[in-house]
Write a protein that binds this ligand. Sequence first.
Ligand code: FES
Length: 126
Amino acid sequence: MYSDKVMDHFTNPRNVGEIENASGIGEVGNASCGDIMRIYLKIEDNIIKDIKFKTFGCGAAIATSSMVTELVKGKTVEEALEVTNKAVAEALDGLPPIKMHCSNLAADALHAAIKDYQERESRRAS
Ligand code: FES
């Protein structure tokens, strides 16, 4: 039912944890199941230097969180904003249709964390 990549990221998730003094933090909840994901970003010179996540959710949510951290680490903020929920699911070789909603958390939390970073930056500049 799950691809090898999903199983790999679920059993051995990458970049789990928190970042102290994060540049941006994004949290989203999944209304259909109540699961929650939080993403922490460390951004320097417009590059995502570090990213960590905490997910209170199902296996598919944990696998997609882990994958999204791998996809954007080292990328620019603009490149990270282009990562879609679909791209995360595709990077995992797909998810069962009933679990597609779980993949929404990952990119949404990433985008929320970038938005938080951008708001902090514009407050600092003003
Ligand atoms: Fe909640 Fe998958 S069942 S995120």
